[in-house]
Design a protein around this ligand. Structure first.
Ligand code: SGN
Ligand code: CA
Length: 505
């Protein structure tokens, strides 16, 4: 054996700049499902306080224009893993199955010596690939007594899913990971997704409060193309009393089933919290606008109760990083698979290119990241993969369509950073909530949307009309912006390789 080889390796190691040796940062990705930026106090929520999520904002960067490529669960997750739009990663709607053979950032990190783990919601149907450890909810998962899928089979755990996911993540961090290797951990909550079942700690929160109604709760959809009025996501009309509003008790079959999943203490708290209000609702069920108002109050409280447990979990994870001395070496990202309607336009759910569902919360802190900054550059879930690769010092492969956020996080936005963004939603009716397929482009000030199956267009001036209730498509004074955005849409589609309005697989 040539003894000079190990010697040579030692010399190379000694000559390697410290920055490269120290470049092995950890990544903690905390991901909620359907968490609206309107329900994060760091984003100026008028509804709730999220003190722990706010800790990330205070010691990091808050992104005010993080746009998703396709505002729905599975497609968003596929985009994050691959750094590609739906038409490139093949996952267009929640009915698809993820092709786990394709390149993803977890696989690249794993190859580079990272330990990779995912705990919580997955929603991509096929088994996770690229993870050393995975423990995921089947499909949407449930709020109590969660079932998890693991390489060794199904396990059922007692408790409230949001808390269980945090417990599992902490157990892995504390006891199971190899402390000699960097980690990339994805902690992915079900909450605050429908059916908005609160945890025992928060089921009575906000009981005495009446929340302000959003200004467009009674939107009449005039000026819009027929898509908005056609959709079935209205708080007043489309919420189901038992599943969505929790108007149930032990006498209903649905109620019995849900209550049976809860530990006894949680069940008792639940019945005490909802009992009197439910009895009053059943005795005198509100109708018309009163029903919308009642549903809104019940909805927003349950939604925020679910958010509070997510926030608690964030706090426990951040505390662990502090205790373990890992905070300085760990990039912490908080985000959601998309934004969500909290009564704006009279809606719940997401899917649209309108602001509340196009924009997702994104808060990032960690090494090399500015503190307490608010960022307006247009970024996207498309950028996450390349950001994580960059953190690990791994080169992004050809074909990824985003860009690393590290320069922006450091306060140096590249001069050629994108100033427009392309969006494309494919899950058209008949499907959950019946939102027509559409694509569009925005520069953050104007937004052009094409509902191509309806042959209809909308144009918004977000500065003059932040609630997006005034479609100005076709109006003479907006002709210049309309033409400009249309040309930009054509350009972006070409650049991104969009060859069809419809799916191509
Ligand atoms: C479920 C929900 C829908 C929701 C989809 C997609 N219904 O089907 O309201 O739009 O998920 O959500 S429920 O009765 O099952 O709660 S996503 O976040 O997974 O994309
Ligand atoms: Ca979602």
């Amino acid at each position: 054996m040539n003894i000079r080889l190990p010697l040579l390796a030692l010399v190379v190691l000694l000559l390697t700049p410290v920055s490269q040796v120290a470049a092995r940062k950890n990544i903690l990705f905390i991901f909620a499902d359907d968490h609206a930026y309107q329900a994060v106090s760091a984003y100026g929520s008028v509804l709730n306080e999220t003190p722990n999520i706010d800790r990330i904002a205070r010691s990091g960067v808050r992104f005010d224009r993080c746009y998703v490529t396709n505002s729905i669960c599975g497609p968003s997750r596929a985009c994050i893993l691959t750094g590609k739009y739906s038409h490139k990663n093949g996952f267009y709607t929640n009915g698809d199955k993820f092709d786990g053979a394709q390149q993803t950032f977890p696989k690249l990190l794993q190859n580079a010596g990272y330990q990779t783990a995912i705990i919580g919601k997955w929603h991509l149907v096929t088994d996770p690939t690229g993870f050393d450890v995975w423990k995921v909810l089947p499909g949407q998962g449930r709020y109590y007594k969660p079932v998890f899928l693991t390489p060794a089979g199904r396990v059922v755990q007692e408790g409230y899913t949001t808390d269980v996911i945090t417990d599992e993540a902490l157990a892995w961090l504390r006891n199971e990971r190899d402390a000699d290797k960097p980690f990339m951990l994805m902690v992915q909550h079900k909450a605050p997704h429908r059916e908005w079942q609160p945890g025992p700690e928060h089921v009575a929160d906000f009981s005495d409060k009446t929340f302000p109604e959003p200004p467009t709760l009674f939107d009449d959809y005039s000026t819009r193309c027929p898509a908005a009025a056609f959709a079935t996501m209205r708080i007043g009309r489309d919420m189901r009393p038992e599943e969505d509003l929790k108007v149930f008790d032990e006498t209903s079959e649905y109620g019995r089933k849900q209550l049976a999943l809860m530990p006894p203490e949680a069940r008792a708290k639940w019945l005490a919290a909802y009992g009197p209000e439910n009895a009053a609702y059943l005795a005198d069920t509100p109708a018309g606008d009163d029903r919308t108002r009642w549903n809104y109050q019940r909805y927003i409280k349950d939604y925020l109760r679910c958010v509070q447990s997510v926030d608690d979990g964030v706090g426990r994870l951040l505390d662990y990083l502090d205790e373990a001395g890992l905070a300085d070496d760990t990039l912490v990202v908080y985000s959601s698979d998309q934004g969500f309607y909290l009564g704006e336009h009279g809606w719940f759910d997401k899917r649209w290119m309108y602001e509340q569902s196009l924009r997702t919360p994104l808060l990032v802190r960690g090494p090399g990241v500015r503190t307490g900054a608010v960022e307006n550059a247009i970024v996207s879930n498309l950028d996450f993969a390349e950001t994580f690769l960059d953190v690990a010092g791994v080169e992004a492969p050809e074909g990824m369509q985003g860009r690393s956020l590290l320069p922006i996080l450091a306060g140096e936005t590249p001069a050629d950073w994108r100033d427009t963004f392309y969006y494309h939603y494919y899950e058209g009716p008949p499907a959950w909530h019946d939102v027509a397929e559409h694509c569009g482009v925005t520069d953050g000030h104007y937004k052009l949307i094409h509902f191509y199956t309806l042959d209809a267009w909308e144009l918004y001036d977000l500065q003059a009309d932040p609630h997006e209730v005034n479609n100005v498509y076709g109006q003479a004074e907006y002709a210049e912006h309309q033409t400009r955005l249309l040309a930009e849409m054509t350009r972006l589609r070409k650049e991104l390789g969009v060859t069809s309005d419809k799916r191509t697989n």
